[in-house]
Design a binder for this molecule. Structure first.
Ligand SMILES: [Zn+2]
Length: 237
C-alpha cells in the first residue's frame, strides 16, 4: 500500500523537461457538477479526464514537463485551478473540455432504455482565449498552433459558438482554426500564465461521440497539443 501511495504521489509531481517550461493540464469540471452529458449519458468530466491523461502521455514522450490540475475531480472553485497551476510553476495553462450545443438544437432519443438529448447539427472542436488574460498574445499563439495541428490531422472546428443566438455570440478571432475570444471565461481570465480552453468535440453529437472517445481522436489532440506546447517551451528558452 505504501509503495502504491508513493507511486501515486510521484505521478502528481511535475516531470523534468525543457527548462522553465511546465504545462498545466486542467481536467474541466468536477464530480459534483460533471459538465455536459453525452448523447449516451456519459458525463463530460470522464471525457476530460481521459483526454488529459492521453495528452500527458504524449508530453512525457516528448520530454515536456506537465502537471495535472483536478486529478481527483474534486476542484470545485474555478479560480483554484489557475492558482494551483501558478503554485506548481506552470508556464502554460490548458483547460480540457468537451462541448455541447444550445437546447434548441437538441432532440430526444432513447439509449439503452433512457431518454437522452442529442444533436447532429454541429460537429468539431473549439479553442478559447481571454482578452483579460495578461498573456493574451502567447495564449493566441498557442491556440493557433493547436488549431494547425488538429487541422493537419484532418479535424475541423465547429463555429456554433459564434452564432447570433442566446448563450453564444462569441467573437471569432480565427474562424479557420476555430479560435474564439471569451474574455470572461474564469479559468483563462484568472490565469497569470498564457491559457487556452480546449473544447475537444461535441459529445452530444451521437455520431461524433464514439469517435471523440476513440484512441485515434485523443491521439490527434495529444499530438497537436504537445507540438504547440513544445513550440511554447522553445519560446521561453
Ligand atoms: Zn466543459
Amino acid at each position: 500500500m505504501r509503495l502504491l501511495a508513493v507511486a501515486f504521489l510521484l505521478l502528481l509531481l511535475p516531470r523534468p523537461g525543457l527548462a522553465g517550461c511546465l504545462i498545466a493540464l486542467d481536467i474541466g469540471h468536477h464530480r459534483e457538477a460533471p459538465g455536459e452529458v453525452s448523447a449516451r449519458g456519459v458525463p463530460e468530466l470522464v471525457f476530460n479526464a481521459e483526454l488529459a491523461r492521453r495528452v500527458g502521455w504524449e508530453l512525457d514522450r516528448r520530454g515536456i514537463a506537465w502537471t495535472l490540475i483536478n486529478a481527483q475531480g474534486d476542484v470545485t472553485e474555478l479560480a483554484e485551478r489557475p492558482r494551483r497551476a501558478a503554485q506548481a510553476g506552470a508556464s502554460l495553462f490548458l483547460s480540457l473540455h468537451h462541448d455541447s450545443v444550445q437546447d434548441a438544437y437538441k432532440t430526444e432519443w432513447v439509449w439503452q432504455g433512457v431518454p437522452r438529448a442529442h444533436s447532429e447539427v454541429f460537429s468539431g472542436f473549439g479553442l478559447f482565449v481571454s482578452g483579460r488574460n495578461p498573456q493574451m498574445e502567447e495564449s493566441e499563439t498557442v491556440a493557433r498552433a493547436i488549431g494547425d495541428g488538429l487541422i493537419a490531422a484532418g479535424l475541423g472546428p465547429s463555429l456554433h459558438h459564434a452564432l447570433a443566438v442566446e448563450g453564444e455570440n462569441r467573437p471569432l478571432l480565427d474562424a479557420g482554426r476555430g479560435i474564439y475570444r471569451f474574455d470572461d471565461l474564469a479559468v483563462l481570465r484568472q490565469a497569470a500564465m498564457p491559457a487556452v480552453l480546449v473544447e475537444a468535440g461535441i459529445i452530444v453529437n451521437r455520431d461524433d461521440e464514439p469517435v471523440i472517445a476513440s484512441e485515434g481522436y485523443r491521439a490527434a489532440f495529444a499530438r497537436a497539443i504537445a507540438t504547440a506546447a513544445h513550440a511554447h517551451c522553445q519560446r521561453l528558452n
